[in-house]
Design a protein around this ligand. Structure first.
Ligand SMILES: O=c1ccn([C@H]2C[C@H](O)[C@@H](COP(=O)(O)OP(=O)(O)OP(=O)(O)O)O2)c(=O)[nH]1
Length: 211
Protein backbone atom coordinates (compact mmCIF):
# COMPACT_ATOMS: atom_id res chain seq x y z
CA UNK A 1 0.00 0.00 0.00
CA UNK A 2 1.82 3.11 -1.23
CA UNK A 3 0.01 5.93 0.52
CA UNK A 4 2.70 8.50 -0.26
CA UNK A 5 1.90 8.28 -3.95
CA UNK A 6 -1.82 8.74 -3.25
CA UNK A 7 -1.23 11.70 -0.91
CA UNK A 8 0.92 13.33 -3.63
CA UNK A 9 -1.75 12.80 -6.26
CA UNK A 10 -4.39 14.13 -3.89
CA UNK A 11 -2.29 17.23 -3.14
CA UNK A 12 -2.06 17.95 -6.88
CA UNK A 13 -5.80 17.50 -7.34
CA UNK A 14 -6.63 19.68 -4.33
CA UNK A 15 -4.30 22.39 -5.66
CA UNK A 16 -6.04 22.19 -9.03
CA UNK A 17 -9.46 22.48 -7.38
CA UNK A 18 -8.27 25.39 -5.21
CA UNK A 19 -6.95 27.17 -8.26
CA UNK A 20 -10.36 26.89 -9.95
CA UNK A 21 -12.34 27.41 -6.74
CA UNK A 22 -10.21 29.59 -4.42
CA UNK A 23 -10.84 29.43 -0.69
CA UNK A 24 -12.98 32.41 0.28
CA UNK A 25 -12.19 34.64 3.24
CA UNK A 26 -13.49 33.02 6.40
CA UNK A 27 -14.40 29.80 4.61
CA UNK A 28 -13.84 26.64 6.63
CA UNK A 29 -12.84 24.26 3.89
CA UNK A 30 -11.91 21.49 6.31
CA UNK A 31 -15.47 21.46 7.69
CA UNK A 32 -16.79 21.28 4.12
CA UNK A 33 -14.48 18.36 3.35
CA UNK A 34 -15.66 16.59 6.51
CA UNK A 35 -19.31 17.05 5.52
CA UNK A 36 -18.46 15.96 1.95
CA UNK A 37 -16.91 12.78 3.37
CA UNK A 38 -20.01 12.10 5.47
CA UNK A 39 -22.19 12.56 2.37
CA UNK A 40 -19.98 10.26 0.27
CA UNK A 41 -19.98 7.65 3.04
CA UNK A 42 -23.80 7.82 3.04
CA UNK A 43 -23.79 7.32 -0.73
CA UNK A 44 -21.46 4.35 -0.28
CA UNK A 45 -23.80 2.81 2.32
CA UNK A 46 -26.73 3.39 -0.01
CA UNK A 47 -24.86 1.58 -2.77
CA UNK A 48 -23.98 -1.29 -0.42
CA UNK A 49 -27.70 -1.66 0.54
CA UNK A 50 -27.09 -4.29 3.23
CA UNK A 51 -28.87 -2.24 5.93
CA UNK A 52 -32.14 -2.01 3.95
CA UNK A 53 -34.02 -4.57 6.05
CA UNK A 54 -37.33 -3.37 4.57
CA UNK A 55 -36.36 -4.45 1.07
CA UNK A 56 -35.84 -7.78 -0.72
CA UNK A 57 -33.04 -6.12 -2.66
CA UNK A 58 -30.10 -5.79 -0.32
CA UNK A 59 -27.40 -6.69 -2.84
CA UNK A 60 -24.53 -4.23 -3.33
CA UNK A 61 -24.43 -2.36 -6.62
CA UNK A 62 -21.21 -3.72 -8.09
CA UNK A 63 -22.16 -3.53 -11.76
CA UNK A 64 -23.90 -0.89 -13.82
CA UNK A 65 -26.42 -1.49 -16.55
CA UNK A 66 -25.08 -1.76 -20.08
CA UNK A 67 -25.68 1.58 -21.77
CA UNK A 68 -25.83 0.04 -25.24
CA UNK A 69 -28.95 -2.04 -24.54
CA UNK A 70 -30.12 0.01 -21.53
CA UNK A 71 -29.74 -3.06 -19.34
CA UNK A 72 -32.16 -5.16 -21.41
CA UNK A 73 -29.52 -7.63 -22.60
CA UNK A 74 -31.07 -7.63 -26.08
CA UNK A 75 -30.68 -5.59 -29.20
CA UNK A 76 -34.10 -5.09 -30.72
CA UNK A 77 -34.45 -4.37 -34.41
CA UNK A 78 -37.11 -4.62 -37.09
CA UNK A 79 -37.09 -6.39 -40.46
CA UNK A 80 -39.56 -6.34 -43.32
CA UNK A 81 -41.89 -3.53 -44.12
CA UNK A 82 -44.88 -2.06 -42.39
CA UNK A 83 -46.48 -1.30 -45.80
CA UNK A 84 -46.79 -4.91 -46.96
CA UNK A 85 -47.43 -6.35 -43.49
CA UNK A 86 -44.07 -8.17 -43.19
CA UNK A 87 -42.70 -6.02 -40.36
CA UNK A 88 -41.22 -8.23 -37.67
CA UNK A 89 -39.60 -7.43 -34.37
CA UNK A 90 -36.36 -9.37 -33.84
CA UNK A 91 -34.00 -9.47 -30.94
CA UNK A 92 -30.55 -10.84 -30.35
CA UNK A 93 -28.21 -10.76 -27.36
CA UNK A 94 -26.51 -7.38 -26.96
CA UNK A 95 -22.99 -7.72 -28.36
CA UNK A 96 -21.51 -5.30 -25.78
CA UNK A 97 -22.66 -7.16 -22.67
CA UNK A 98 -23.19 -10.64 -24.18
CA UNK A 99 -26.82 -10.45 -23.19
CA UNK A 100 -26.24 -9.95 -19.46
CA UNK A 101 -27.50 -6.37 -19.42
CA UNK A 102 -24.56 -5.46 -17.15
CA UNK A 103 -21.53 -3.27 -17.73
CA UNK A 104 -18.89 -5.10 -15.69
CA UNK A 105 -16.32 -2.40 -16.31
CA UNK A 106 -18.23 -0.15 -13.90
CA UNK A 107 -18.49 -0.75 -10.19
CA UNK A 108 -20.63 1.92 -8.48
CA UNK A 109 -19.77 0.58 -5.00
CA UNK A 110 -16.04 0.89 -5.67
CA UNK A 111 -16.54 4.32 -7.25
CA UNK A 112 -18.28 5.59 -4.12
CA UNK A 113 -15.54 4.06 -1.99
CA UNK A 114 -12.81 5.94 -3.82
CA UNK A 115 -14.77 9.20 -3.61
CA UNK A 116 -14.56 8.70 0.16
CA UNK A 117 -10.84 7.94 -0.12
CA UNK A 118 -10.29 11.23 -1.97
CA UNK A 119 -11.83 13.20 0.88
CA UNK A 120 -9.99 11.20 3.56
CA UNK A 121 -6.65 11.92 1.88
CA UNK A 122 -7.64 15.54 1.39
CA UNK A 123 -8.53 15.87 5.09
CA UNK A 124 -5.14 14.31 5.96
CA UNK A 125 -3.45 16.98 3.85
CA UNK A 126 -5.45 19.77 5.54
CA UNK A 127 -4.33 18.43 8.93
CA UNK A 128 -0.72 17.85 7.79
CA UNK A 129 -0.90 14.12 8.42
CA UNK A 130 0.56 12.41 5.41
CA UNK A 131 3.15 10.18 7.01
CA UNK A 132 0.82 7.90 8.91
CA UNK A 133 0.89 4.47 10.46
CA UNK A 134 -1.59 2.20 8.74
CA UNK A 135 -3.53 -0.39 10.63
CA UNK A 136 -6.97 -1.91 10.35
CA UNK A 137 -10.08 -1.78 12.51
CA UNK A 138 -12.97 -4.13 11.90
CA UNK A 139 -16.30 -4.26 13.67
CA UNK A 140 -18.39 -7.44 13.71
CA UNK A 141 -20.82 -6.29 11.01
CA UNK A 142 -20.62 -4.01 7.99
CA UNK A 143 -23.49 -1.94 9.39
CA UNK A 144 -21.47 -1.30 12.57
CA UNK A 145 -18.39 -0.59 10.48
CA UNK A 146 -20.21 2.19 8.62
CA UNK A 147 -21.49 3.66 11.88
CA UNK A 148 -17.94 3.53 13.30
CA UNK A 149 -16.57 5.36 10.26
CA UNK A 150 -19.20 8.09 10.70
CA UNK A 151 -18.19 8.35 14.36
CA UNK A 152 -14.49 8.73 13.61
CA UNK A 153 -15.23 11.45 11.05
CA UNK A 154 -17.30 13.36 13.58
CA UNK A 155 -14.59 12.96 16.25
CA UNK A 156 -12.14 14.75 13.98
CA UNK A 157 -14.57 17.62 13.45
CA UNK A 158 -15.26 17.83 17.19
CA UNK A 159 -11.57 17.90 18.13
CA UNK A 160 -10.84 20.53 15.52
CA UNK A 161 -13.65 22.83 16.60
CA UNK A 162 -13.13 22.40 20.36
CA UNK A 163 -9.33 22.12 20.66
CA UNK A 164 -8.25 23.40 17.25
CA UNK A 165 -5.94 20.39 17.13
CA UNK A 166 -6.55 16.85 16.00
CA UNK A 167 -4.33 14.08 17.40
CA UNK A 168 -2.57 12.11 14.67
CA UNK A 169 -3.97 8.85 16.10
CA UNK A 170 -7.48 10.12 15.53
CA UNK A 171 -6.82 10.55 11.84
CA UNK A 172 -5.03 7.18 11.71
CA UNK A 173 -8.06 5.64 13.39
CA UNK A 174 -10.36 7.02 10.67
CA UNK A 175 -8.01 5.57 8.06
CA UNK A 176 -7.91 2.21 9.87
CA UNK A 177 -11.72 2.01 10.00
CA UNK A 178 -11.96 2.93 6.34
CA UNK A 179 -9.42 0.27 5.35
CA UNK A 180 -11.41 -2.27 7.37
CA UNK A 181 -14.57 -1.16 5.58
CA UNK A 182 -12.91 -1.64 2.17
CA UNK A 183 -11.98 -5.19 3.14
CA UNK A 184 -15.50 -5.92 4.40
CA UNK A 185 -16.92 -4.66 1.10
CA UNK A 186 -14.64 -7.15 -0.68
CA UNK A 187 -12.08 -4.83 -2.27
CA UNK A 188 -8.38 -5.51 -2.58
CA UNK A 189 -5.98 -2.60 -2.18
CA UNK A 190 -4.93 -3.06 -5.83
CA UNK A 191 -8.55 -2.55 -6.96
CA UNK A 192 -8.90 0.49 -4.71
CA UNK A 193 -5.69 2.06 -5.97
CA UNK A 194 -6.60 1.50 -9.64
CA UNK A 195 -10.09 2.97 -9.13
CA UNK A 196 -8.58 5.92 -7.23
CA UNK A 197 -6.20 6.71 -10.13
CA UNK A 198 -9.10 6.57 -12.57
CA UNK A 199 -11.36 8.89 -10.57
CA UNK A 200 -8.47 11.25 -9.77
CA UNK A 201 -7.93 11.73 -13.52
CA UNK A 202 -11.67 12.32 -14.05
CA UNK A 203 -11.64 14.91 -11.26
CA UNK A 204 -8.79 16.80 -13.00
CA UNK A 205 -10.67 16.66 -16.32
CA UNK A 206 -13.81 18.02 -14.65
CA UNK A 207 -11.88 21.00 -13.30
CA UNK A 208 -10.48 21.63 -16.80
CA UNK A 209 -13.97 21.67 -18.23
CA UNK A 210 -15.43 24.13 -15.74
CA UNK A 211 -17.14 21.77 -13.28
O1 LIG B 1 -11.04 19.30 -2.48
C1 LIG B 1 -11.53 18.32 -3.08
C2 LIG B 1 -12.86 18.34 -3.52
C3 LIG B 1 -13.35 17.24 -4.21
N1 LIG B 1 -12.55 16.18 -4.46
C4 LIG B 1 -13.05 14.99 -5.19
C5 LIG B 1 -13.55 13.89 -4.31
C6 LIG B 1 -14.55 13.18 -5.19
O2 LIG B 1 -13.88 12.20 -5.98
C7 LIG B 1 -15.08 14.27 -6.09
C8 LIG B 1 -16.43 14.80 -5.65
O3 LIG B 1 -17.41 13.80 -5.65
P1 LIG B 1 -18.30 13.49 -6.91
O4 LIG B 1 -17.49 13.14 -8.09
O5 LIG B 1 -19.35 12.51 -6.47
O6 LIG B 1 -18.91 14.92 -7.23
P2 LIG B 1 -20.32 15.49 -6.92
O7 LIG B 1 -20.27 16.94 -7.31
O8 LIG B 1 -20.71 15.17 -5.53
O9 LIG B 1 -21.13 14.63 -7.94
P3 LIG B 1 -22.56 14.85 -8.48
O10 LIG B 1 -22.46 16.03 -9.38
O11 LIG B 1 -22.81 13.55 -9.17
O12 LIG B 1 -23.41 15.11 -7.27
O13 LIG B 1 -14.14 15.34 -6.01
C9 LIG B 1 -11.26 16.17 -4.03
O14 LIG B 1 -10.53 15.20 -4.25
N2 LIG B 1 -10.76 17.25 -3.36
Amino acid sequence: MNLQKLFEMQAKLDAHIEQEHPVQEGEDRLAKKILALQVELGELANCWRGFKFWSHDQEPRTTDKCEMCDGLGNDIYFTGSYDNGTLQECSEPCEYCDGTGDDDSKNPLLEEFVDCLHFILSIGLELNFTDIDVWKVKETTTTNQFIKCFGTIYNIHFQKTVNDEVPREMYEHLFACFIGLGEMLGFTWEQIEAAYLQKNAINHERQESGY
